[in-house]
Design a protein around this ligand. Structure first.
Ligand SMILES: Nc1ncnc2c1ncn2[C@@H]1O[C@H](COP(=O)(O)OP(=O)(O)OP(=O)(O)O)[C@@H](O)[C@H]1O
Length: 218
């Protein structure tokens, strides 16, 4: 479902990834492990077509992304990818409901369809009572739940999470892990970039891939 073939990526003269070959199957849960600066975010950005490789090819669900035009890249992301960021990236002066529905704006769905999707996610992530609150007034754990809801509102096949627990305490991190487990049971393909040891002992993680200085560790 996801293939990175002979990937090299440099930012000007900084080599971020070197000779990366990876493939992920549909429904797999993968932990990308590595210290800060090892290249994890760059891999997630290539899979979501936010960045293009310097050389090599990225194929997601049959689509070649290495040279995809920006317009098609945003369409590709909207249809296929849910992204969960370290700092949640919520819009502070928008309500919880507006934040969750944001990725659907370009789709012109009916009010009824938007409401159905919203209600399902508000129930699923225990956010009903906060739906009209500004996201800036929520706790870290609540913000993270909004971020997950927003990441899956477009019903993506692929979920990418970049250091999702780095701002959460242990209890909330374990809650996040339970939410990821539930998404895996829906056959989502999930890649989590993290150096949080909590992710290294989970029995439902299919593979842990370690990256060091832009290269895969054997
Ligand atoms: N826009 C950029 N310009 C120049 N160098 C960059 C840029 N983005 C990343 N890098 C460098 O590329 C390397 C890999 O960065 P990347 O963000 O992929 O690592 P990471 O493992 O995700 O780290 P972190 O957990 O800190 O985000 C690092 O050395 C980083 O400094």
């Amino acid at each position: 479902m996801i293939q990175l073939i002979d990937i090299n990526k440099s930012y000007k003269d900084k080599i971020a990834l070197k000779d990366i070959n990876l493939s992920f199957k549909e429904g797999e849960l993968i932990v990308l492990k590595g210290v800060s600066g090892s290249g994890k975010t760059t891999i997630l950005s290539l899979i979501s077509a936010l960045l293009k490789p310097t050389s090599g090819e990225v194929i997601v669900d049959g689509k070649k992304l290495a040279k995809i035009a920006d317009h098609f890249a945003s369409e590709f992301r909207r249809d296929n990818i849910g992204f969960i960021f370290q700092r949640y990236n919520l819009i502070p002066n928008m309500s919880v409901a507006e934040n969750i529905l944001l990725p659907l704006r370009p789709l012109n769905l009916s009010k009824k369809e938007l409401q159905t999707r919203l209600e399902r996610l508000l129930d699923m992530y225990k956010l009903q009572e906060y739906k009209d609150n500004y996201s800036q007034n929520l706790s870290g754990g609540q913000q993270q739940r909004v971020a997950i809801a927003r990441a899956i509102v477009n019903n993506p096949k692929i979920i990418l999470a970049d250091e999702p627990t780095s701002n959460l305490d242990r209890e909330l991190s374990l809650e996040f892990i339970e939410q990821i487990k539930a998404l895996k049971s829906e056959n989502k393909t999930i890649i989590i970039a993290t150096h949080d040891p909590l992710f290294f002992e989970l029995d439902f993680v299919d593979r842990i891939i370690e990256i060091e200085n832009g290269q895969l560790k054997a």
